[in-house]
Design a protein around this ligand. Structure first.
Ligand code: DGJ
Length: 749
């Protein structure tokens, strides 16, 4: 059992393979968070809390003579507002009598084997794992509120997931003005915060700063998790780097408005609270009703940021993503978006399919523009019926043609959206989220459907299911192309409008779940103008997400690297697009574009009819290479091998199989130089005693390096010990030309 309760000391120890998390119930029943970190051999860690009298930090009534005990300085498992804790709260209420105080005390607990699955929200699935759950039941007798804190312990995976259920036992209606998923307090640590900010076409850029006494709030008010602030934060030692140092990860499994708040208090304790953002949130909780928060995953390691990434990669791949697609080889796709945009008909798509097949692609994805009156981005969203002016022979004819080529067929949808110029909006203007008496904010000339209304979810389910039933469709690209504004539902009364943004997310999840149940073999690729909804919530329904609308390989190096801190390569949708690139105009060699896209789910997004025979042959080879290393790339350990200083010159990354039998080392020179330095890149996670042979080399440069004919052959066949590759590194001779790239495969001999 990974959860131990000591009756005498009232300490809960949650123990995983390498970590320990402690909760202590103090003398008046407050649940204290006393420790999270490396195992501590049975020690009660509550000694870390020193009872020091701090002015203006009040005391609970029962302990009014013990001035060193204050809600304001105690490390809390679930902090509340109104009862003397002035730091960031997890729970803020307004009770029926107008009071804003919540004060939770221990009522009881249960330790169970396995876990309770969440209904309507994503959660960490129990697969082959041994999982135990602690249900810690806290109550506020005066308010009539119960908060049950759930801790799911994935012992072998070093992951604890948490969520909270608030139950109203007061007999009256109350309002939840904030109900976060988790609060964790760290005593005696000086930590850096790393969070992942971005923008459309430049997502998930790490930003690192020392945690100070101000409240830092990483959040989204956009209705979705957003391009701008991902719901994943890292807290780490000030000197932690990729390979050493204590690192904590907090990842919210939620696709809507979120907040991760971090603060250092007067005593130096660092608090992190993660959950639904309270910016637009207030929830009326009727007598006897419950509110369930989203789940959050917590991880700890003392071995640095890469090891932290490995923990999240593994749990997401094995326990979050739908298991139907976990071990199945996913097809290398050709998407027509950047190839044609809206300018296509069925003949053109079939020609594209023919050319894609010649180039070795395994799936053809028809993107935006096949439905309703959708000839540009001003009309048609919401009308999920095939546009027979463009798709004259019908969708089944396209799908049959693609299948006859031995490929799979996929289709684009943007379910949660509607254009004013659509039959759906003309019939149901009240189905869009708009304020009464006010013109709505437009985004890409479209409005957002009110997913809080069951009739909207039903309509979408029926119309999308009809299309999926009409042709052999194996894949759905699920897009979402604007931020929410005017979040007002015509289906809810005035005093429930604060529920709409969360109900919206629940409606989207309900639709995904129903479609997944009806079409379990159809793989959904999430998307939101690229990576605007790239989170572990969506991954519960969709094993891969289009990472960014920026398909330019050199920009992508940074976007993909930032994404890998939290998310596995198997979730990162990545394509080779045309050169010059449509977003930046930059020209990058085809092989470099492919090497970069291989650090993802891999596919192409261009008009294959414009490819020369040589280019098609090269693409066939690239697909062959990717497929050969598919398991290594999708399931191996992903290594970030260059740091910010190196990256002024080159970027390098790699993969090592779990059994250490093979590795893939990749490098792109982003700033070629005259008379340059040798690039020494140290690998990790190899077997130090073993010998590794380079048995394959692909490169954008004919000669690798440039100085000697036949040089490539010299690279293949080189042998190094794992120890040499890890301690001194592989020595890449300089490369020249436009963005040269190289990929080496090492095989243990
Ligand atoms: C945004 C997506 O990210 C693109 O890949 C493409 O599907 C367009 N939408 C289509 O409108």
């Amino acid at each position: 059992m990974s959860i131990i309760f000591d009756e005498k000391s009232k300490v809960f120890s949650i123990i995983t393979r390498n970590t320990e998390y402690q909760i202590k119930i103090n003398e008046i029943g407050v649940a204290l968070h006393t420790y999270y970190g490396k195992k501590v051999a049975g020690q009660d860690m509550s000694y870390l809390y020193r009872e020091l009298d701090r002015g203006f930090s009040g005391n609970p009534y029962e302990l009014r003579n013990k001035r060193g005990v204050s809600a304001d300085t105690l490390p809390q498992e679930y902090s509340t507002d109104g009862a003397g804790d002035y730091r960031v709260s997890a729970l803020i209420v307004r009770l029926a009598n107008g009071s804003g105080t919540a004060d939770l005390r221990y009522r009881g607990h249960e330790i169970i084997s396995g876990r309770e699955n969440l209904k309507g929200l994503p959660y960490v699935r129990v697969e082959k794992d041994r999982v135990d759950t602690l249900k810690l039941i806290l109550e506020d007798k005066t308010a009539g509120l119960l908060a049950t804190l759930f801790y799911q312990v994935f012992e072998d995976k070093d992951i604890i997931s948490r969520y909270t259920v608030i139950r109203n036992e007061s007999g009256d209606v109350c309002s939840l003005n904030k109900a976060a998923s988790a609060c964790v307090d760290f005593m005696g640590k000086d930590l850096d915060l790393i969070h992942f900010h971005g923008r459309h076409a430049f997502e998930r850029q790490p930003e690192r700063k020392r945690v100070g006494h101000e409240v830092v709030r990483i959040s989204s008010k956009r209705g979705t998790s957003s391009h701008h602030n991902n719901p994943f934060v890292i807290l780490c030692d000030r000197n932690a780097d990729e390979w050493q140092g204590e690192s904590y990860g907090v990842m919210l499994m939620y696709s809507g408005e979120h907040a991760e708040e971090v603060e250092k208090d007067q005593a130096g304790t660092i608090r992190v609270v993660s959950g639904i953002s309270d910016d637009h949130f207030s929830w009326k909780l009727g007598a006897g009703e419950e509110f369930v928060t989203p789940e959050v995953m917590l991880a700890y390691t003392d071995k640095g940021l890469s090891e932290l990434s490995f923990l999240f990669h593994r749990i997401i791949r094995e326990n979050v993503c739908p298991n139907e697609f976990r071990d199945k080889k996913r097809p290398v796709l050709m998407n027509n978006w950047e190839g044609t945009y809206f300018d296509f008909d069925d003949d053109k798509i079939m020609e594209i399919a023919d050319s894609a097949r010649e180039a070795g692609c395994e799936m053809l994805v028809l993107d935006d523009g096949w439905f309703g009156a959708r000839n540009d981005d001003h009309a048609g969203l919401g009308d999920w019926v095939v546009n027979r002016d463009k798709v004259k022979k019908g969708m089944d004819a396209i799908a049959d043609h693609v299948e006859s080529l031995g490929m799979k067929f996929g289709l684009w949808f943007e379910p949660e959206m509607v254009n004013e110029d659509s039959d759906l909006f003309r019939a149901h203007p009240d189905w869009a989220l708009t304020d009464p008496d006010r013109k709505p904010v437009m985004g890409r000339d479209q409005l957002v459907l009110d997913m809080s209304r069951p009739e909207v979810v039903d309509y979408l389910y029926e119309s999308i299911a009809a299309v999926l039933n009409s042709a052999k469709i194996s894949y759905v690209k699920w897009d979402f192309n604007r931020s929410l504004a005017n979040v007002f539902s015509r289906g809810l009364p005035a005093d429930r409008q604060g529920e709409v943004s969360h109900r919206f997310v629940l409606g989207s999840y309900a639709l995904m779940e129903r479609l997944r149940e009806s079409f379990p073999d159809v793989m959904i690729e999430g998307c939101s103008g690229g990576g605007g909804r790239f989170d572990a919530g969506i991954m519960f329904y969709s094993p891969q997400i289009w990472c960014s609308d920026n398909t330019e390989a050199i920009n992508r190096l940074r976007i993909q690297k930032g994404t890998t801190y939290g998310y596995p390569v198997s979730t990162i949708g990545s394509h080779v697009s045309a050169s010059p690139n449509h977003q930046t105009g930059r020209e990058v060699p085809l092989m470099t574009r492919a090497i970069v896209a291989m650090a993802g789910t891999f596919g192409y997004e261009l008009d294959p009819r414009k490819l020369s025979a040589d280019e098609k042959a090269m693409i066939r080879e690239q697909i062959g290479t990717f497929n050969r290393y598919y398991d290594l790339i999708q399931r191996g350990k992903y290594l970030r091998l260059s740091d910010e200083t190196d990256e002024e010159y080159y970027t390098s990354w790699g993969f090592v199989s779990e059994d250490k039998s093979e590795a893939l080392l990749n490098l792109v020179v982003t700033d070629v130089r005259a008379n340059p330095e040798v690039m020494y890149v140290r690998l990790h996670c190899l077997d130090p005693e073993a010998e590794y042979e380079v048995d394959n080399c692909i490169s954008s440069s004919e000669k690798v390096p440039e100085n000697d004919a036949g040089e490539k052959n010299r690279i293949v066949g080189q042998v190094f010990t794992g120890a040499a590759l890890m301690n001194a590194g592989y020595a890449f001779d300089p490369m020249f030309g436009s963005y040269p790239a190289v990929q080496l495969h090492f095989k243990k001999i």
